[in-house]
Design a protein around this ligand. Structure first.
Ligand code: MSP
Length: 510
């Protein structure tokens, strides 16, 4: 039986249209999901929408809609964009679905039964856009320390989750599992917060009603939106519904999140799971934030970059490639159209596109499209084979650490090596001099390297990879390839190449 791999994205609030920041999280998670499928793992990839809470209720009111109408309308923007971006999620969860309400109710009752929930009083500064209380010591001028917006003073008489009781256990877990928080430099930040002392968490609301009703209250109270939303990760795995499935899927292998919501996933969520007696996720990976010309992207400042505008300019694969190559996962990045076009022209049109077109054109010209025979190489005699075999473990290591840009750098080393190999071996000279066996060998090595490149880049640029695969004339579909197929010499010598009618990736005009 193959190893399971359960990967999630955050659930997106439906008061906003998706911008490049949102799409970054989903593209990164998609690339990892596709890579794990390539590695032969049994992948379950979950994304979805976060539809409850005060923020959504307010947004609906402003538009003269019910919150459910707003959610039903906006969720289509997310689903549509994910499909255009080739996101290969296996499930899409909405927190207003019945299956989720059932799981949240069961989870709440479990914690209540375990004595982890009690009734009490709380007052403090609340940030509606972040849907969270802010520690009193950090509040200045009634502004949210995280997003800078106006806070509201709330006094609640309601239910609390005994989060403080799990601080030591959580620190022990972080200690014993150094890879729980990625990248490593974010770990200390979380450790400091926990060491600074955890407060119990207010998990019921009574001043508005767009949420899941509290199962133990007759006072029209609802469950706090973050407490509700985090549970989605177990709802979709079958919690309280399908034990066998839940046992197989849980815990999640990686929650991919933005740095702004790392705290919720590495403090609130694990303590909730501890209180329920459930296993903790293996890894929470936090990426940085995208800004535009140094400024935070937002609808109100009108500077949110629309993914569809970029897609119409550089295509889906150009967009996916740029997002993961331009900024190392974990770091912040500033979006620039000039950098976008420069990057895709140089990497996709020049390096990769030219390699494929030149090689295919030569196989066509010199061998009428037939894959030529390879020659036995002496040890150390085939630089392409050496590079191809060297980069496989490098790519794997980078992928498992979500260092996507490093994986791309490794793959592009092979592409660069191939382009240099063409210049060095000068196949046109070999042809002129009648050295046909040598020429065949050179072209076989190039085609075989392109097969390696195509399989390895397929998680990043699935559309382009599919096109190259077709031109290589491969019989087995690309989606059935596995990393184990990356054995040198597997390209059948009897194959036929199909010359492309147009470039694999056309240069974009600046
Ligand atoms: N609904 C919560 C998550 C609940 S998960 C159980 C939420 N939603 S969100 O829509 O505000 O953000 C979703 C994701 O988008 C987060 O990972 C966030 O980091 C990411 N991004 C939103 N804007 C972003 C940028 N400008 N840049 C990069 N990612 C950003 O939080």
């Amino acid at each position: 039986m193959s190893k399971k791999f359960y990967i999630t994205t955050p659930l997106y609030y439906i008061n906003d249209v998706p911008h490049i920041g949102h799409s970054y999280t989903n593209v990164a998670a998609d690339v990892l999901a596709r890579y794990k499928r390539l590695a032969g793992e049994d992948v379950f990839f979950l994304t979805g929408t976060d539809e409850h809470g005060q923020k959504i209720e307010q947004a609906a009111k402003e538009r003269g809609e019910t919150p459910q109408q707003l959610a039903d309308r906006v969720v289509q923007n997310f689903k549509g964009l994910w499909s255009r971006l080739n996101i290969s999620n296996d499930d899409f969860i909405r927190t207003t679905e019945q299956r989720h309400k059932k799981a949240v109710t069961a989870f709440f009752l479990k914690l209540y039964e375990n004595g982890a929930i009690y009734r009490g009083k709380y007052e403090g500064w609340y940030c509606i856009p972040c849907e969270t209380y802010c520690p009193k010591g950090q509040v200045e001028d009634q502004k949210c320390p995280a997003c800078g917006r106006q806070l509201e003073w709330l006094e609640e008489d309601g239910y609390f989750f005994r989060m403080s009781a799990y601080a030591d256990k959580l620190l022990d877990y972080l200690d014993a599992n150094p890879e729980f928080i990625m990248p490593e430099n974010r770990r200390q930040e979380i450790v400091n917060i926990i060491k600074g002392g955890l407060k119990d968490l207010s998990i019921s609301r009574s001043t508005f009603d767009w949420g899941i009703p509290l199962p133990i209250s007759d006072k029209n109270e609802i469950i706090y939106v973050w407490f509700d939303a985090l549970i989605n990760y177990i709802t979709a795995a079958g919690y309280s519904e399908d034990n066998e499935r839940f046992e197989k899927l849980w815990p999640a292998d990686v929650h991919v999140v933005g740095k702004d919501i790392l705290k919720f996933h590495t403090i609130i969520w694990p303590t909730m799971l501890m209180a329920a007696g459930l296993k903790l996720p293996v890894m929470v990976a936090a990426h940085g934030w995208w800004t535009v010309e140094g400024k935070k992207m937002s609808k109100s400042s009108g500077n949110a970059v629309s993914p569809d505008d970029i897609i119409s300019q550089v295509g889906v694969d150009g967009y996916r490639y740029f997002l993961l190559k331009a900024v190392p996962f974990g770091q912040d990045g500033d979006f620039s159209n000039t950098a976008l076009i420069r990057q895709v022209n140089s990497s996709l049109a020049n390096d990769l596109g030219n390699l494929v077109s030149r090689t295919i054109a030569m196989v066509n010209k010199y061998f009428e499209g037939n894959v030529p025979a390879a020659q036995e190489a002496q040890e150390g005699d085939n630089p392409l084979k050496e590079t191809a075999l060297r980069i496989i473990p490098e790519v794997d290591k980078s992928m498992c650490r979500l260092e996507f840009h490093n994986s791309l750098i490794s793959i592009w080393e092979l592409i660069g090596e191939c382009n240099r190999y063409i210049d060095k071996t000068a196949p046109w000279v070999l042809f002129k001099e009648g050295r046909i066996a040598e020429l065949g060998n050179v072209l076989y090595n190039l085609l075989e390297s392109i097969r390696f490149v195509t399989i390895l880049v397929s998680p990043f640029i699935p559309g382009i990879a599919e096109t190259i695969w077709t031109h290589l004339g491969m019989e087995e579909p690309l989606c059935e390839q596995r990393l184990s197929d990356l054995e040198w010499g597997k390209l059948p010598e009897s194959g036929r190449i199909i010359p492309p009618a147009e470039p694999i990736y056309a240069r974009i005009q600046e």
